[in-house]
Design a protein around this ligand. Structure first.
Ligand code: LCS
Length: 393
């Protein structure tokens, strides 16, 4: 079926490849490392890029390719490159597009390792980075240097839930001739399409909403144009951080229910956020659906929904948070997010533990911040669980 003019949900179900050979309703798993050529001439043509036949799974594979095509369609991109994890996506982008002496400007409150790898590992290769609060558009302008090559943002940011203006970032990036990269993990293509606002590259940890079932680690990079696509694909092939065909099959399976999972999770999240905001032991709540969110209006403009991630703090700080985390039973005390189950975690001591105390403070990753990833259970049970845990404080 041609889904070019179809709606998002139809594209989710019918946007991918179909099996012409046997009419299989799902994309088959081509669990192979290599592909045979019909002749020496055909093999030579494949290697010369004159034929688009498959060669070797690190380079390309029909199951992986079906996922790449479908995500590229959902993000309105030119093409997509599937990789082994969200971190593989981030590091492939850094390594493909930055050289020694180049500088990036990035959101300070991003997933800890996306920042840690730059500041602690890639600094050895001469990469320079500045981390700022990207909700402040003027601060972005000020942070750009003559050697800045990339503006890298996460919106909403993990774990502060700060929302950065996509259109303003695209305008700044293009005025300065730099590339805008957006980590779209917290929204998925269902809730936000950064390429439509002018971003050059979008990536996802598909471990989260896109796969959605807490059983796979995976990532994907989507580009607006062919040139960046080719550069990134070449780096992925050479780094060898390709996806496995079985992994791609699992993600294709999870992807089909993306919109109905998110619809339920964000409906639950709204109820949970409202409950928390009214609770006497809760000091503050940050959720894009609450009018109290500092970038509420911006969120409504660039996101198609509020998502299901909530940050909040207790009046009793980290001591209270520990009691809460030790006394919830439905919510799993676990990192990750975007799955069908509700998770609770403490970023300052878990996902962002390796960010220095001073940088955490500056980025708003305070000691009292609890991150709550709302799942698709019944809202009343999630709220009951929180109520019970909060009573113990
Ligand atoms: N980007 C964001 C926004 C993330 O939240 C994560 C993982 C990654 C990239 C990396 O993806 P991965 O390699 O794990 O597929 N976030 C995690 C989190 O918040 N808790 O556990 C993992």
């Amino acid at each position: 079926m041609n889904t070019e003019n179809a709606g998002f949900n139809t594209k989710l179900i019918h946007g991918g490849d179909i099996d012409d050979q046997f009419g299989s309703a799902t994309v088959p798993i081509y669990q192979t490392s290599t592909f045979s050529f019909k002749s020496a001439e055909e093999g030579a043509k494949c290697f010369a890029g004159e034929s688009d036949g498959y060669i070797y799974t690190r380079i390309g594979n029909p199951t992986i390719n079906a996922l790449e095509k479908q995500i590229a369609i959902l993000e309105n991109g030119y093409g997509a490159i599937a990789v082994s994890s969200g971190m593989a996506a981030a590091t492939t982008i850094y390594l493909a597009l930055l050289s020694s002496g180049d500088h990036i400007v990035s959101t300070d409150a991003i997933y800890g390792p996306s920042r840690g790898v730059m500041e602690k590992q890639f600094v050895r290769f001469g990469f320079q980075s500045t981390y700022i609060n990207t909700t402040d558009v003027d601060a972005i302008e000020k942070a750009i240097r003559p050697n800045t090559k990339m503006l890298y943002i996460e919106t909403p940011a993990n774990p502060t839930m700060d929302i950065t203006d996509l259109k303003a970032c695209a305008d700044i990036a293009h005025k300065h001739g730099i590339i805008l990269v957006v980590d779209n993990t917290f929204c998925s293509p269902y809730l936000q399409n950064p390429l439509d606002f002018g971003a050059d590259i979008v990536f996802h940890s598909m471990t989260k909403f896109i796969n959605g079932h807490a059983d796979i680690i995976a990532g994907i990079i989507i580009t607006k144009e062919k040139a960046l696509y080719t550069q990134l694909r070449t780096m992925m092939i050479n780094l060898g951080c390709n996806m496995d065909p079985h992994q791609a099959y699992m993600v294709l399976r999870g992807l089909k229910t993306l919109s109905i999972r998110i619809d339920r999770a964000q409906e639950n999240a709204m109820k949970v956020a409202e409950f928390l905001e009214k609770h006497p032991k809760v000091a503050w709540v940050k959720f894009p659906g609450l009018k109290s969110h500092p970038q509420y209006e911006l969120g409504k403009q660039q996101m198609k929904g509020d998502g299901s991630m909530i940050s909040f703090g207790l009046k009793t700080g980290f001591e209270g948070a520990k009691i809460l985390m030790n006394n919830v039973h439905l919510a799993l005390l676990a990192v990750s997010l975007g799955g069908i189950e509700t998770l609770i975690q403490h970023p300052a001591s878990m996902t962002h533990a390796k960010v220095s105390k001073e940088d955490k403070q500056k980025a708003g990753i305070t000691d009292d911040l609890i991150r709550f990833a709302v799942g698709i259970e019944d809202a009343k049970d999630i709220i009951e669980d929180l109520k019970h845990g909060l009573e113990k404080i």
